[in-house]
Design a protein around this ligand. Structure first.
Ligand code: SAM
Length: 287
């Protein structure tokens, strides 16, 4: 623990990547608060949204800069200029940790390339919060974030994950969550377990673990359940669902000579690997 550090700012001009609450304001750490109050500029995804957070803590930002997906490169130039003048800059997004399915990564990369210090002020992150209550005992996890919005692309993306052995962490928007979960049941198989983490840290927080086959009924049981913000965690594939390198090699050879469906059928017969998974790999290969 570094309790001896009195000032929240480093001795050299720096960019601080500051996590903000997902919903519950008390999740803003004391260090985040001190950093936001001390820096010369707060770069924010949506300045109006962030102004409310700053107001709630009585923080008067000296200057606010909007940094969103469409102006990140330009904003990076401005931030680097300020750093060159010896100023300190904090980056925040609307909720959680910047650069995690949020703007920030480009800015961070540019600032580091320019030779300035980038320092994290860690805190809330929806993926980490959901993982912390998932009880995934074995294996690691793979952060996927948002799947493609269009149904066909979403299915293709899911198919490419059928053999993933680690738990997969997804972010999903409320208007797509039920369709997404239905696709997951179809692609991964309805017996796979899913953790649905809804409205984390907020008044209507709900966390439920179930086989994918039960997820539709879970949503249907209460119309409010399809509202709000979601993290979905799907368990990784069991050994029996995975496709090993030998099966992939057989599939590859067959795909060189035969139409996709025939190649997949034969590869499944020859290797004993699951047809659905082979099909997914065949589609991926053809992309
Ligand atoms: N940077 C953020 C983080 O650290 O988690 C994520 C930003 S991303 C634009 C927004 C997505 O994060 C939402 O669509 C949802 O999937 C997830 N999320 C954010 N807040 C959440 C909450 N309170 N409960 C569940 N999921 C949340």
């Amino acid at each position: 623990m570094n309790e001896h550090i009195a000032s929240p700012l480093l001795s050299v001009p720096s960019l601080y990547v500051v996590a903000t609450p997902l919903g519950n304001l008390r999740d803003l750490s004391p260090r985040a608060r001190d950093t936001l109050a001390a820096v010369d500029v707060v770069a924010a995804e949506d300045t109006r949204h962030s102004q409310k957070l700053l107001d709630a803590f009585g923080i008067r930002a000296r200057r606010l800069l909007a940094v969103h997906r469409h102006n990140e490169q330009q904003a990076a130039g401005q931030v680097i200029e300020w750093l060159a003048q010896g100023r300190h800059v904090a980056l925040i997004t609307d909720a959680g940790t910047p650069a995690i399915s949020d703007p920030g990564a480009r800015l961070v990369a540019r600032v580091r390339e320019a030779g300035y210090t980038v320092s994290p002020v860690p805190g809330a992150c929806a993926a980490a919060a959901a993982l912390s209550v998932a009880g995934i005992v074995e294996g690691g996890f793979r952060f996927i974030g948002f799947l493609p919005a269009k149904a066909a692309s979403r299915r293709t993306a899911l198919m490419a994950l059928t053999s993933e052995r680690d738990a997969m962490v997804f972010y999903e928007a409320p208007h797509r969550v039920m369709m997404c979960v239905a696709d997951m049941a179809e692609v991964f198989g309805s017996g796979r377990e899913i953790l649905i983490a809804r409205e984390l840290t907020k008044l209507h927080e709900e966390i439920a673990m179930m086989p994918l086959m039960d997820a539709g009924a879970w949503f249907d049981a209460d119309a409010n359940r399809a509202r709000g913000e979601f993290v979905l965690i799907v368990r990784g594939a069991e050994a029996s669902e995975r496709i090993d390198a030998a099966a992939l090699r057989v599939l590859g050879l067959l795909l060189d000579e035969l139409p996709l469906r025939t190649a997949v059928r034969l590869a499944a017969e020859i290797t004993g690997a699951p047809r659905k998974g082979l099909y997914a790999h065949a589609l991926e290969r053809g992309r």
